[in-house]
Design a protein around this ligand. Structure first.
Ligand SMILES: Nc1ncnc2c1ncn2[C@@H]1O[C@H](COP(=O)(O)OP(=O)(O)OP(=O)(O)O)[C@@H](O)[C@H]1O
Length: 743
């Protein structure tokens, strides 16, 4: 293969078949030119058109071209992966080896014509003009030509032998092979070394080559060949330099590539890290999103709760406002109450002071009044009216003394002889008597006077004796009617209410049938009031013994609570009152009366226990009384009924109806006398009633005797009368007359 470049060759015509003809295998292209630019153009043309082939460039006249060609050209060639090897050799004569492919036009250059004529017939010669192949001369292969083949051919043979095996094998394979630039440099280096060795150590060979060429061409001269050889040596030196430069360049590039690789690896690592970071960020973002969703839910819940709480807060505020208003009004009320309290305290203080003042005055008056109003009798008088304590005058005897009957200053009286004073002084006794004498009630036995000397009490005398005597039908007395019995219950209840409502509360403490006395009209009165205050019982052995002896019977009337604790209460009287009621209803023995009534009521056999000697009881009324009596007998005081609230409302209507039914009484003796017909002093039906200044009506003889004895007070109220004048009560007198006529 060979080519010659000459810009004097003449015009060329590129055959249309050129590209087709180039498309052959196993082509090694060699370009030769005198001009650098054309060589370059040729080289690039060859690279472009012979891709995948081995390319060799031979330069004849200008060795400096190689230096210019490399390393830039080499670097450019490296860009073409199909280029395997590039060899630049400066040849003195530009005789080429082989030519093919192109059609030629006529040659005009003398040099080209000369070459064409003088070149060995075995040579194929390519003529290139201005970078274009313009003519090809085919070579004939005969023995003579081979024998006189120029050293260049040998050189080319050597070159071919020196080519790396891989280049040979590469050309034989169909698949294109990419050879890196470094390998190309190695190849160049190796081939250059081979040429250098041949040029330096075999100068003769070089000479032979030149001679061979000159033989072929008979051109140029020896001197020229010598200078061309020197140029070739310089060229080779420069080539080596170029190779070194290329090597160092390659090394730098390798270093750079390595650095790039490291950079790339680093970048890959960084990318991996970034990807991992991105993955982490993605997960984090996902987690944040989930967290955000949860937070949003919580926020929603919190907002809901907030709205609920706000609602509650509003309610609380309104409630607080209401409460504040209430507090303000309460405070205002409190302030007004405090002011009121302060006023009341002042008034109370004034009242207390007034009371003290009045009580002082009153005490002085009372003492003077008592000394005057409560008659005190001498022992002689008591002795006289009892006929020296004649037993015939004796009407009874209890634990605290004997009771006598008598007439004192025209009045029937009962005198109770008390035991001796003991530790109690006469003055103390007198004070207690004065207190008791001030307690007045229609159903209480009136204390008329006293005899401190004999410690005796003078009471109004009640003609019909005690309830105990009537229940026992003592001295064959007729049984009391149910009306009188009902009336007695109501009267005793009335007396107890009066006593308990007193300030201080007065407790009878010994309520029983013997203490219920009946006047001439069978009006009942409670006697022996406050006797405990007058008798120092514990200090009197004789009476203590009597007390113990009689307690067995009397204890049935006593409040169990009192017997247990020794403390008297108003409920103690209620208990005794209950027993009294049950006895009045049934007349049964004291021991079994509670049990009998209870059983009868439970068995609905109340008739079996009722005392029918009292007549035909209104059964419901009697049952009510019995139930009331049982309640009064409850063991626990708090279970007993209240006198005012529960007992009295039941008894009051019975009391009212009693008067109406009194006319039904058979016995004239038991016939009820209207109480207002009775004289309060004599306790007898009046014949000449007179109205005194206190408004009460008295028997004329009785009230005048009261005044004559020095009294200027009311016998009923103990208050001082404005005057002592009397007015006849004719209306009452007529009524009494009328009533007497009906009997
Ligand atoms: N003012 C009075 N008018 C008429 N009779 C009275 C009067 N006071 C007492 N008697 C009669 O005298 C009796 C004796 O009464 P007294 O109060 O002394 O004893 P007691 O009640 O029988 O027993 P004790 O006082 O020991 O409980 C009574 O049963 C009563 O018949």
């Amino acid at each position: 293969m060979g080519s010659v470049v000459d810009d004097e060759v003449g015009e060329i015509e590129l055959g249309e078949e050129r590209e087709r003809e180039f498309d052959v295998e196993e082509t090694i292209f060699v370009a030769v030119s005198k001009k650098v630019e054309e060589s370059k153009t040729m080289l690039f043309w060859a690279i472009e058109n012979f891709a995948g082939k081995r390319i060799c460039v031979l330069h004849v006249h200008q060795p400096q071209f190689v230096a210019e060609l490399t390393p830039t050209a080499l670097a450019n060639f490296a860009l073409f992966p199909s280029v395997i090897s590039v060899l630049c050799v400066a040849m003195p004569n530009g005789v080429l080896i082989e030519s093919r492919f192109l059609k030629l036009v006529e040659l005009k250059s003398k040099k080209a014509i000369f070459v064409c004529h003088e070149a060995l017939t075995s040579c194929n010669v390519w003529f290139v003009c201005k970078g274009c192949l313009i003519y090809t001369r085919g070579g004939r292969k005969d023995k003579s030509d081979l024998e006189i083949a120029p050293p260049l051919l040998l050189l080319n043979s050597d070159m071919e032998n020196e080519l790396p095996e891989n280049l040979e094998s590469e050309s034989l394979t169909d698949e294109p092979r990419f050879l890196d630039a470094e390998q190309g440099v190695h190849d160049l280096e190796r081939i250059s070394r081979s040429f250098s060795l041949q040029c330096s150590s075999h100068s003769s060979l070089s000479t032979d080559m030149l001679v061979g060429t000159s033989m072929l061409t008979s051109w140029p001269t020896h001197e020229e060949e010598k200078s061309q050889g020197q140029e070739a040596i310089g060229f080779y030196s420069r080539l080596e330099q170029v190779i070194r430069d290329a090597k160092s360049s390659k090394h730098r590039e390798f270093e750079e590539a390595k650095a790039l690789e490291d950079l790339c690896a680093k970048e890959m690592t960084q990318r991996k890290e970034i990807e991992e970071a991105l993955t982490r960020e993605k997960k984090e973002k996902e987690r944040m999103k989930n967290q955000q969703d949860e937070l949003m839910k919580e926020l929603q819940m919190v907002q809901d709760q907030k709205s609920i709480l706000e609602g509650r807060l509003e309610e609380s505020k309104s409630t607080a406002q209401e409460l504040e208003e209430k507090i303000i009004s309460a405070v205002e009320l409190l302030i007004s109450f405090k002011e009121k309290r302060d006023r009341l305290r002042i008034e109370h203080g004034n009242a207390v002071a007034e009371v003290k003042k009045l009580s002082k005055l009153l005490n002085g008056e009372v003492s003077s009044f008592c000394s005057v109003q409560i008659p005190t009798f001498s022992f002689m008088e008591i002795n006289e009216l009892t006929h020296d304590f004649d037993p015939s005058r004796k009407i009874g005897e209890g634990r605290y003394g004997t009771v006598y009957r008598g007439i004192l200053r025209h009045m029937h009286v009962a005198i109770k002889m008390l035991p001796s004073y003991g530790s109690q002084s006469q003055s103390d006794f007198q004070k207690e008597v004065e207190v008791l004498s001030r307690i007045r009630h229609p159903n209480l036995v009136t204390l008329i006077g006293t005899c401190p000397e004999s410690r005796s009490l003078v009471y109004e005398y009640l003609k019909n004796g005690s309830l105990a005597d009537h229940l026992a039908c003592k001295d064959n007395t007729s049984p009391l009617s149910w009306q009188i019995r009902t009336q007695i219950v109501a009267d005793i209840c009335s007396a107890l209410i009066f006593l308990h409502s007193n300030k201080p509360c007065i407790i009878h403490g010994n309520l029983k049938p013997s203490k219920v006395l009946l006047d001439a009209n069978f009006v009942s009165k409670l006697g022996d009031l406050g006797i405990f205050r007058l008798i120092p019982q514990k200090e009197h052995p004789a009476y203590t013994t009597k007390l113990c002896n009689n307690l067995k019977g009397n204890s049935m009337y006593m409040d169990p609570e009192y017997l247990e604790t020794g403390k008297l209460t108003p409920e103690s009287d209620i208990y005794s009152f209950g027993i009294l009621m049950l006895q009045i209803l049934t007349g049964r023995p004291l021991l079994s009366v509670v049990k009998d009534v209870k059983c009868a009521l439970e068995n609905e056999n109340f008739n079996g226990v009722l005392d029918f000697s009292a007549g035909d009881w209104p059964l419901e009324q009697a049952k009510q009384l019995a139930q009331l009596g049982l309640r009064c007998c409850e063991k626990h005081p708090l279970n007993r009924p209240d006198l005012v609230l529960e007992i009295w409302p039941l008894l009051e209507p019975m009391k009212a109806s009693r008067v109406a039914s009194a006319s039904c009484l058979v016995s004239k003796k038991l016939h009820r006398i209207p109480s207002h017909f009775m004289c309060p002093i004599y306790q007898e039906v009046m014949t000449n009633p007179q109205i005194a200044a206190d408004g009460y009506t008295y028997e004329s003889e009785a009230i005048r005797g009261w005044f004559d004895s020095g009294h200027d007070t009311s016998p009923m109220t103990n208050l001082k009368l404005e005057h002592c004048k009397l007015v006849p009560n004719y209306a009452l007198q007529n009524a009494i007359l009328e009533w007497n006529q009906q009997l």
